[in-house]
Each structure stands twice: as structure tokens, then as C-alpha cells.
Design a protein around this ligand. Structure first.
Ligand SMILES: C[S@@+](CC[C@H](N)C(=O)[O-])C[C@H]1O[C@@H](n2cnc3c(N)ncnc32)[C@H](O)[C@@H]1O
Length: 285
């Protein structure tokens, strides 16, 4: 076994394991074919590394429906003049953050051409929230019992992608750096630190776990950040076999009851997503 260290675009060092032992599958092949099979397997490992580094933060590579839903969500927020900033919870590869940032750049350009009285295209900030350490360990029964956690797909540290600095660089291709606010750390620590008076017009909730989504909704609604008219896009609505007792479905259902949220169900997107527009709610704070 050989360990190699590579830098993603010269920034992050990662370790990849190359295997030279045959193992079960390759061991079943005729002896003369094994070296070629081993070589192929190792080249595939390297290719996946380089592909991963190349795809990071490239808007074009998100699922078409997800990309479309995000763009329509942003169009809605700008054209319907919903007040507030744009937030993404769960940045991983930076792909969806880049989609959002690229569209915001287009609206910046429209602002320059719009008549002075038309304030719909006013500048907004992009708030990006991630641990930059992947998913937290599941702790609550609603997560521990969910199929994705039980199978290990959503294990601790899964979905660890770009570093904070890399994400900043990706988004700075589109927006001035002072309009990108990266909140690095666990939501339970970063959410309480956000300034009072924060206003959110669009929330892309892409953090997989029930507990993570619950923390976002609890802070967003109890502190009045989520504006009337805001749109929420849940990327993982149908994961966990669409079982309502798990994940984002459960977190939203509980928030609706706790904050008496009046909303419009704006329907599904892709195989897994669902979006809602909030009309009004009662915030205990
Ligand atoms: C599915 S990935 C997001 C995919 C991303 N939108 C993209 O385009 O690649 C889920 C992300 O949520 C983050 N996450 C989940 N729960 C979190 C928590 N409680 N605190 C901080 N980050 C969390 C993980 O670190 C991970 O990057």
C-alpha cells in the first residue's frame, strides 16, 4: 500500500491510499490479469481525486433540477422584492454556493441598469454556514434511527468538502468578498452568534440531518430572521425514503407547529427537494 499526498488546486493536502495487494475481487482473476486490474483500480482512485478537485465549486455540475430551483428561488426573491440576505446551510463542495453567487452577480449587473427608484436589485449578502469538518455525529433518536444514518451514508465527517478559504475563493469569483459571510463551525455554536436584526429572504437548507435542520429553523424563526415572503428550499426532503419522522421533513413539521407558520407549499424539485414560501408566523421571542 502506498500513501500519496496531493494538494487540491495547491491548497489542501489530502491523503489517498493506493492498494497494491490483490484483495478478494482481483484475487479471483487469472494471475496474468491482476497487475492490469490493480493498475486500473489505482488510476481510478487518482482520477476520482482529480475530478473531485476539478468539480469543486463549479456551478454547472449540480443536478439540473436543483440548479433550476435555486435560480428560480433567487429570481423570486429579487423580482418579488423579498427583503433580506441569502443563506446556505451546508456548503461541502461549494457547488450550490457557486450557483447562488453567480446568480447574485447577475442581479448586481441588473441593479446597475435599473432605474433609481427600482430598489428590487439592491445588494444582498451571501451567508454560508458549514462546519468544514463534514457532518456532525448523529446524536438524537430522530437521526440515529434514520436509514441514511443507520446505513453509514450520513456518518460523522461525511460530506467534508472545500475548506473555508477555498469556499471564499470560489464565491469571490462572483461577489465582492465583503458581501460573503462565512460562518464556520457547528450550527449550535455559529447560529447564536449571528447579529440581531439579521433578515433572510432565501434559505437553502442542505445539511442532511434532522438536528441540523432543527437548529436552523429554531434560530431562524424564534429570532425573527426569516422574513415574511422568504423561500426555504430543503435539499434532502425525500432522503430517508421520504419518511416524515426523519430529517428535514420532521424538522419543518415541528417548526410549523411551534411557530404557527402560514406557508405555501411550492412543490418538489429533483428527486429529493421541496420548497416553501413563508407568509407569516408567530415568534415567541
Ligand atoms: C450534503 S452537504 C452540502 C452540499 C453542498 N450544498 C454542495 O453543493 O456540495 C451537507 C453539509 O452540511 C454540513 N453540516 C451538516 N450539519 C451541520 C452542522 N450541524 N453544523 C455545521 N455544518 C453542518 C456538512 O459539513 C456538509 O458540508
Amino acid at each position: 500500500m502506498l500513501w500519496i499526498r496531493l494538494g487540491a488546486r495547491g491548497q489542501t493536502l489530502r491523503v489517498y491510499r493506493l492498494h497494491w495487494a490483490a484483495g478478494k475481487t482481483i484475487g479471483r482473476l487469472p494471475a496474468w490479469l491482476r497487475p492490469a486490474a490493480l493498475l486500473y483500480r489505482n488510476l481510478r482512485t487518482l482520477a476520482s481525486y482529480f475530478l473531485g478537485a476539478w468539480t469543486a465549486g463549479r456551478p454547472i455540475l449540480a443536478g439540473r433540477e436543483i440548479r433550476k430551483a435555486l435560480l428560480l428561488g433567487l429570481d423570486y426573491v429579487y423580482l418579488a422584492d423579498v427583503p433580506g440576505d441569502i443563506a446556505e446551510f451546508g456548503t461541502d463542495t461549494g457547488t450550490t454556493a457557486a450557483i447562488i453567487a453567480a446568480r447574485m452577480k447577475e442581479y448586481d449587473a441588473m441593479a446597475a441598469r435599473a432605474p433609481r427608484h427600482d430598489r428590487r436589485f439592491s445588494e444582498r449578502r451571501l451567508l454560508l454556514w458549514d462546519s468544514f469538518r463534514g457532518l456532525p455525529a448523529a446524536a438524537l433518536p430522530a437521526d440515529l434511527g434514520s436509514p441514511h444514518v443507520a446505513s453509514g451514508v450520513w456518518g460523522e465527517g461525511a460530506c467534508r468538502g472545500l475548506t473555508e478559504a477555498e469556499l471564499g475563493q470560489v464565491c469571490a469569483k462572483f461577489l465582492p468578498r465583503d458581501r460573503i459571510a462565512i460562518q464556520a463551525g457547528w450550527y449550535k455554536d455559529t447560529l447564536p452568534r449571528l447579529a440581531a436584526g439579521t433578515r433572510l429572504a432565501l434559505l437553502h437548507v442542505d445539511c442532511d440531518l434532522y438536528e441540523s435542520a432543527k437548529e436552523i429553523l429554531e434560530h431562524g424563526f424564534s429570532r425573527g430572521w426569516i422574513q415574511n415572503g422568504a423561500i426555504l428550499l430543503f435539499d434532502d426532503w425525500n432522503t430517508n425514503r421520504a419518511e416524515p419522522g426523519f430529517g428535514e421533513r420532521r424538522a419543518w413539521d415541528e417548526a410549523v407547529r411551534r411557530f404557527s407558520i402560514h406557508y405555501s407549499d411550492m412543490g418538489s424539485y429533483g428527486w429529493g427537494g421541496r420548497k416553501f414560501i413563508v407568509h407569516r408566523y408567530s415568534s415567541p421571542a
